[in-house]
Design a protein. Structure first.
Length: 199
């Protein structure tokens, strides 16, 4: 009876240690805070947006969506023209921003995350994770292939590339508090010692 109890305690502690490292902070980038038709190219930026050279950024739920438009004239990078549906936003119009434009999704401050999916309306866009091509999207639909432990999602340019409902999840190493590590190790050692004595 006691042996079963001790095994149960040890198992519970091991599971708690395993759960300490994992995921947290799931969210959806909806772009609902964007309400004007065009941002950038001289138009005012919404809260959470920034402009630096040829990069136009938007931040939401701890993530940053960045339009990189190296072929656009300085100050001309913009989103939204030609948008077909509210709050989807034409993030990297290859005709207006240049064929070399692309969009990235990253965590603010860096770090790994899981991509659970996103909705799109595009003529053609390559999807890459950390520099590796993982697929292409075209027409209208949803990307539902989960990508785990990535630091950057990238979508290549096309004539139009609308994005919405980007479903993301932070990955955390969730290191236990320094004071809790010795306590957990001591508990595991004690459980093991008691189990040995029972035998």
């Amino acid at each position: 009876m006691k042996t079963k109890k001790i095994k149960h305690i040890v198992l519970t502690m091991a599971l708690a240690l395993g759960a300490a490292a994992g995921h947290a902070g799931a969210g959806i980038l909806t772009f609902d805070g964007l309400t004007a038709m065009t941002y950038g190219d001289g138009a005012p930026l919404a809260a959470g947006m920034g402009y630096d050279g040829l990069n136009l950024t938007y931040e939401e739920a701890g993530f940053r969506v960045t339009l990189h438009a190296p072929d656009a004239q300085a100050g001309a990078a913009h989103i939204s023209d030609g948008t077909f549906a509210p709050q989807t936003f034409n993030w990297h119009d290859g005709m207006e921003n240049g064929a070399g434009s692309f969009v990235t999704v990253t965590r603010i401050g860096g770090g790994l995350f899981n991509l659970l999916g996103f909705d799109y309306y595009t003529d053609a866009s390559k999807v890459s994770a950390d520099g590796m091509l993982v697929g292409t999207v075209a027409d209208a639909g949803s990307w539902n292939t989960a990508l785990t432990g990535i630091s950057e999602l990238r979508l290549s340019s096309g004539a139009y590339n609308e994005l919405d409902n980007i479903r993301v999840e932070n990955m955390t190493s969730a290191v236990p508090m320094p004071g809790s590590v010795p306590l957990m190790l001591a508990g595991l050692a004690l459980g093991g010692l008691m189990l040995r004595r029972q035998r």
